[in-house]
Design a protein around this ligand. Structure first.
Ligand code: ZN
Length: 106
């Protein structure tokens, strides 16, 4: 990885081979040090509320974080589907009971 100087204070940054962002040890500014795509991914994550700038992150960590958020979303959707299914069953049972009682009363 090419050596980078902090754009804010000029101190040399020493990014690891897989780092996406490094925090300047001198002034604390964070700098993207990797390919465009991963930097864009990091920016997308930040817009989604995942704080990438807080610490140096590797592309692998970003993907892990994305996967974790995905799992949370999937669990939420699954719960919603189960609730909908339970509701449908309840309505069916109520309708059935209603039909039974009305035909029994006749
Ligand atoms: Zn700096």
């Amino acid at each position: 990885m090419r050596p980078v100087d902090c754009p804010k204070c000029g101190a040399p940054l020493a990014p690891g081979a897989r780092d996406v962002r490094v925090r300047c040890t001198h002034c604390g500014a964070t700098t993207d040090v990797t390919r465009e795509g991963v930097a864009r991914l990091a920016a997308t994550l930040e817009r989604a509320g995942v704080r990438v700038a807080e610490r140096p992150m590797t592309a692998h960590e970003i993907h892990a974080e994305l996967a974790a958020r995905d799992a949370v979303e999937r669990a939420k959707r699954r719960r919603a589907r189960i609730l909908a299914a339970v509701f449908c069953v309840l309505v069916a049972v109520l309708l059935g009971a209603l039909l039974l009682s009305s035909s029994a009363g006749r």
